[in-house]
Design a protein around this ligand. Structure first.
Ligand code: UDP
Length: 329
């Protein structure tokens, strides 16, 4: 199958493009390269274009005739979204509106959407089921929820099949050393820990050690990006006219920030300075998926997501020559 992968030059998009190719599909990457990297778009044709641009979308669709869309292209920094909410709504919601319209013009009936656990906000229960209330607490989560609402309505109105995959914490890298996470600036815990281990940062700050959790630090559900990629490929087979599903992707188990620090030290064999700082605004104490629906509907569960494997592959990528950020301080 030919699949248009918006944001296919980004972190999760590039791993999904690779997995699609491994399953015999043809990924067509559509990316404006604002945060993605040309070097990561290596598994099929690359079209450089902006997802908010209807003419660019139409041109890509008529040139390549994809049968399905996997939509990653979006801004994803919570802090930035608090400063510039209009940018997040324009890009994330505006981009999804433009893409749905282009899908309708191009008669593409299958749509897989990159969503997030940030749609839940501060959960009332952990592990989190998809039926729990969605009450995002930042514009990033709000923008993703608005896209889900559009997709739900568009699937009913136009007979599309839409799946929104709500990721917990994506981490790790493909073991081949050619693709991985390359955010600039980096804000995520695991790459920051490994940059500290590599001597590229002075140390690592734990954002809050006074939470109501066993060791006082926040708990998250870390999922290896190759597991995440596989779930997208399976979601393409969830067909059914006018069907919309929101599905959590996580392991069902949580790890604390202190456990990440210990794993980073163990895997790298390096020590680095770690200090507790005040809490970061908007961080819920614990986010862990109930991943039962993904197993039921997609036959999917995490298989490569031990913290050791996540840390090892992320460490290899930190030091890989192909990493676009490798030579930067
Ligand atoms: N975190 C931290 N120090 C950092 C970056 C993150 O202590 O420099 C914590 C953060 O507060 C959260 C966890 O690590 O509890 C995961 O944060 P990340 O930004 O990786 O993902 P998020 O859960 O915010 O999507």
């Amino acid at each position: 199958m030919k699949v248009l992968v918006t944001g296919g030059a980004g972190y999760i998009g590039s791993h999904t493009a690779k997995r699609l190719a491994e399953h015999g599909h043809t990924p067509i990457t559509f990316d404006n390269l604002s945060t993605g990297h040309r070097a990561l778009a290596r598994f099929g044709p690359l079209v450089v274009g902006d997802v908010t641009d209807p003419a660019a979308l139409d041109a890509a669709i008529s040139a390549h005739r994809p049968e399905a869309i996997v939509h990653f292209a979006a801004l994803s920094q919570v802090g930035e979204s608090m400063q510039r909410p209009e940018l997040y709504f324009r890009n994330n919601v505006g981009g999804t509106v433009a893409l749905v319209e282009a899908a309708l013009r191009g008669r593409i009936g299958t749509f897989v959407f990159s969503s997030t656990a940030a749609t839940y906000g501060i959960p009332s229960h952990v592990p989190i089921l998809e039926t729990q209330a969605v009450q995002p607490i930042n514009p990033y989560g709000e923008s993703k929820l608005a896209c889900e609402m559009l997709l739900r309505s568009a699937s009913a109105a136009h007979g599309l099949s839409c799946t929104a995959l709500r990721y917990f914490n994506a981490a790790g890298a493909d073991p081949g050393g050619l693709i991985g996470e390359a955010h600039d600036p980096e804000t995520h815990a695991i790459p920051l820990l490994l940059m500290a281990a590599a001597g590229k940062r002075a140390g690592f700050a734990i954002f809050g050690d006074d939470y109501d959790t066993p060791d006082g630090t926040c708990i998250r559900d870390y999922l290896h990006v190759t597991d995440l990629a596989e779930a997208h490929v399976r979601a393409l087979t969830l067909s059914g006219a006018a069907r919309f599903e929101a599905i959590n992707l996580g392991t069902g188990h949580g790890q604390s920030v202190r456990e990440l620090v210990d794993a980073a030290r163990a895997v790298t064999g390096r020590d680095f300075r770690v200090e507790a700082r005040p809490r970061r605004a908007g961080d819920p104490p614990s986010l862990v998926a109930d991943a039962g629906k993904a197993l039921d509907l997609l036959g999917w569960k995490a298989e490569h997501s031990s913290l050791d494997h996540i840390m090892r592959t992320a460490w290899d990528w930190t030091n890989a020559p192909a990493n676009p950020l490798h030579n930067r301080g």
